[in-house]
Every structure is written in C-alpha cells, then in structure tokens.
Design a protein around this ligand. Structure first.
Ligand code: S3P
Length: 198
C-alpha cells in the first residue's frame, strides 16, 4: 500500500502520541479523528488486546479474569510501541481506560519519551456515555463507576496534558492541536516534546 508521506518522518524515531482517560472519555473517537487529520496511523489498544486474545473484551474478563486481561494489555502496549518503532510510522495510540492506571505505566511511557494526553470530560458526561454503551465489563453501576474513577485519578493526573473532552470531537481535536506539541511543517508533521528526556 502506498505510504502517505506525512506519516513517515525523517526522524529516526516515529512520533507517538498516547490518549489516556476513563471509559467514555472519547479516546477512540478523538484518536481516529486526530490521526486522520495528521495522516498518522491510529491504533486502538483495545482492538490489539482482542486480536491477541482472540476474544472480545467482555469474554476475556469472563473467561480469563481481570489479571489475565491486564497482562495482555501490558504486553500489547509494549508490542504496539515496538511495532510503531520498527515501522517508523507515526501513531496516535488510544489506551484502554485502565492502561494508564496500571502500576508503572505512567513511568514507562515517560521513560519512553511518549507524550500522554488525558481526555477528561466531566464525570456526568462519562456516566451518560457509558450508560448507553455495552461491552464494558467494568461498568456495573454508578457507585462503582465513581469509585473506580476516583481510584484512578492520581494516575491520570500524571499525564503530560489534560483536555476536557466533553464537547464535539472536532473541537477536542482542535484543542489538542492547540496544545502546541505537534508541529506541522509543509511536508511533515512532528511532535514537539518539551519535557526532559530520560
Ligand atoms: C477498561 C476500559 C476499556 C477496556 C476494558 C477495561 C478499564 O477500554 O480496556 O473494558 O479498565 O477501564 P475503554 O476505556 O476504551 O472503554
């Protein structure tokens, strides 16, 4: 397949941007749109997990349990970053809702020099979105949803950037672009990483 020139950069390392956030924060929707706009590859970690396990996510939880799910998730995170690195292709990676809350995940991504954007709409918006969606084994009721959100907040707060994703996807993408961490040249797009490298 022909390669879009803007998804390959002259840099030795591909540009990778991660989207983190709770269930219903819009990681897939925003990530797809952002990647399309940048002409980068979009990867949804949940899809990679399902492919690797050969099962839909609810069945992974049901048949194998959450610890097994977390193991596949951690493996697939590393695999996705490795593949992007090998292909030298820039990528927007949407994490699963719990990926960034796994022990060591923020440190691992920081050490890899990968900027993380936390998509954070209000909890009312998260709840409203998740109430109408199926396929989320960790969405049971409002009380456990709020408790899990509160438990994960300290992890999400370690992200490099936070964007309110309550609004229209196009506006959220525009806000991400306004963060100034992705600079678009005439023939290329590349990330501006302004944090200390390991
Ligand atoms: C999970 C969120 C889901 C999926 C799995 C576990 C979580 O991803 O990875 O159901 O732990 O919050 P989304 O946030 O894309 O729904």
């Amino acid at each position: 397949m022909a390669q879009n020139p803007s998804s390959r950069t002259p840099a030795s390392r591909p540009q990778i941007l991660c989207l983190a956030g709770f269930m219903g924060s819009g990681k897939t929707t925003i990530g797809t749109l952002l990647a399309r706009q940048l002409a980068w590859r979009f990867v949804d970690l949940d899809d990679r997990i399902e492919e690797a396990a050969g099962l839909p996510i609810p069945e992974i939880f049901e048949r194998l349990g959450e610890p097994a799910f977390r193991q596949v998730e951690a493996d697939q995170l590393r695999a996705a970053l490795g593949r992007a690195s090998e292909s030298k292709e820039s990528m927007v990676l949407a994490l699963g809702g719990g990926t960034y809350a796994q022990a060591g995940a923020p440190e691992f991504l920081r050490a890899s020099g990968i900027p993380v954007i936390w998509l954070n709409p209000s909890i009312a918006v998260l709840l409203a979105r998740c109430m109408t969606m199926t396929g989320r084994p960790l969405f049971r009721d409002e009380a456990t949803f709020r408790a899990l959100y509160a438990q994960r907040l300290p992890s999400y707060q370690q992200a490099d950037h936070r964007v309110d994703s309550s609004g229209q996807p196009a506006q959220v993408v525009a806000e991400i672009l306004r963060l100034g961490i992705i600079s678009t040249g005439q023939n290329e797009t590349h990330l501006v990483v302004d944090k200390p490298q390991p």
